[in-house]
Design a protein around this ligand. Structure first.
Ligand code: NDP
Ligand code: 2IT
Length: 448
């Protein structure tokens, strides 16, 4: 484990004590702190104003009971969360995750990451995250709706277009946002379009929002390669996951000339020697809501491997797009051995700290999630702009805006990495550049 500068270490020890057992949250804080020694040396006013101590404590954390009735007529009880982490740059903004693994520490890590990611977009959005330990797998349409309605029956009092604007994440897509928005509208008697993003295109959603996280991750990877006179053309790409982020990362990677040779889900992975048929994958996952084993069964060039790791597949570019800590040190070493040259995180914190160290040590280009997957939340902010002006932009215009934002984030990260003495290190670039912006705003707004 790396060590921290003594001032940062003392603050980190308080974080460990006050947030007992929340490993993912500790990891996210440590990863940011590791980059900050040169920043706190250059800016003594941050220590004088207790900026880090303030940043590590969420503004508000809400935990609530979500009672609902399943198809067997039984009452089920889940736990709901919304961590409103920081609103110095704008209303709290970040997704909702429905997955059985969800707990307070996971929501806090995601909310903490979101503050930095949202700052990097250059758009006026603060950071937050929420969700529930509800498991949507195998539930009927009616059960999903009943759960979403009960969840919103409590959440509505904490959110609003100027307060907190949730969106999707694992287990929450367009269908769930629809039920959540409907219940918010019913309770409040307000058609407050920008209280949620990721809405359907016919009722206030933005074109390209569904595609934005995956597309943005690939735009960022492409930009890293272009800065080195290279491109995605002809590269073999492996993607983990087969959800919203993975599908559209695969689509854009192939549009830019790559061949996506593999994807996965929590049950196993698919190798497709001909390159993924993204139209078929979308049909299997988005329309039929089936597993990737069903994709392989319908595609002659594909093989499904139950269990195992997608990171065993030979590739030039790896895009982890499933979940936190899915790419450990062993997997990183196998990727390096198999010739990977670039890893860009479509998911939030998918690579463990030791995996990142191994990749950077081997000279692999590495893009942290808070930079590479910021296209999703950036397009959410574009959805809020469209809602505020009662407008609806074309796909071409919206995708062009997304491309400009991702290039801007790349430039900003590369510049900050140079400024703080780690050229080419996008982890340092993303953490330092966003931190300076947030820290200055914390001081400017006073002790609140
Ligand atoms: P989805 O629910 O659409 O897809 C999640 C995918 O990841 C599924 O293939 C799922 O497999 C797999 N997965 C989830 N949990 C695990 C696990 N514990 N082990 C193995 N595989 C797992 O979610 P998204 O695509 O929206 O999100 C993926 C990642 O991207 C998350 O880290 C999320 O926080 C991040 N992200 C999402 C954004 C968005 O706009 N949606 C924006 C920025 C980041 P299975 O179906 O088998 O569970
Ligand atoms: O992790 C993320 O950035 C998201 N799940 C998207 C958040 C958003 O508000 O669009």
């Amino acid at each position: 484990m790396a060590t921290l500068d003594p001032h940062l270490q003392s603050i980190y020890e308080v974080v460990l004590r006050r947030n007992h057992g929340e490993q993912e949250f500790h990891q996210a804080v440590f990863e940011v702190f590791e980059s900050l020694a040169p920043v706190v040396r250059k800016h003594p006013e941050y220590a004088d104003n207790q900026v880090l101590e303030r940043l590590c404590e969420p503004e508000r954390q809400v935990i609530f009971r979500v009672p609902w009735v399943n198809d067997a007529g039984e009452v089920e009880i889940n736990r709901g969360f919304r961590v409103e982490y920081s609103s110095v740059l704008g209303p709290f903004k970040g997704g909702l995750r429905f997955h059985p693994s969800v707990n307070l520490g996971i929501i806090k890590f995601l909310g903490f990451e979101q503050i930095f990611k949202n700052a990097l977009t250059g758009l006026p959005i603060g950071g937050g995250k929420g969700g529930s330990d509800f498991d949507p797998k195998g539930r009927s349409e009616r059960e999903i709706m009943a759960f979403c309605q009960s969840f919103m029956t409590e959440l509505y009092r904490h959110i609003g277009e100027y307060t907190d604007v949730p969106a999707g994440d694992i287990g929450v897509g367009g269908r769930e946002i629809g039920y959540l928005f409907g219940q918010y509208k019913r309770i409040t008697n307000r058609y407050e379009s920008s209280v949620l993003t990721g809405k359907g295109l016919g009722w206030g959603g933005s074109r390209v929002r569904k595609e934005a996280t995956g597309y943005g991750t690939v735009f960022f990877a492409d930009e890293m390669l272009r800065a080195r006179g290279d491109s995605l053309d002809g590269k073999r790409v492996a993607v983990s996951g087969s959800g919203n982020v993975a599908i559209y990362a695969a689509e854009k990677a192939q549009e830019l000339g790559g061949t996506v040779v593999a994807c996965s889900d929590s049950g196993g992975f698919v190798i497709d020697s001909a390159g993924l048929d993204v139209t078929l994958l979308k049909h299997v996952k988005e329309v039929r809501r089936e597993r990737i084993s069903a994709y392989a069964a319908q595609r002659g060039s594909a093989t499904y491997v139950a269990g195992g790791s997608v990171w065993d597949v030979d590739c030039d570019v790896a895009l982890p797009c499933a979940t936190q800590n899915e790419l450990g040190e062993d997997a990183a070493i196998r990727l390096i051995k198999n010739g990977v040259t670039l890893v860009a995180e479509g998911a939030n914190m998918p690579a463990t700290p030791s995996a990142i160290r191994a990749l950077l040590g081997a000279g692999v280009l590495f893009a942290p999630g808070k930079a590479a997957n910021a296209g999703g939340v950036a397009t959410s902010a574009l959805e809020m702009q469209q809602n505020a002006s009662r407008d609806s932009w074309t796909s071409e215009y919206t995708e062009a805006r997304l491309g400009t934002i991702m290039r801007g984030i790349h430039e900003r990260c590369a510049g900050a990495a140079d400024e703080f003495g780690s050229p080419g290190n996008y982890v340092v670039g993303a953490n330092t550049s966003s931190f300076v912006q947030i820290a200055d705003a914390i001081i400017a707004l006073g002790v609140i």
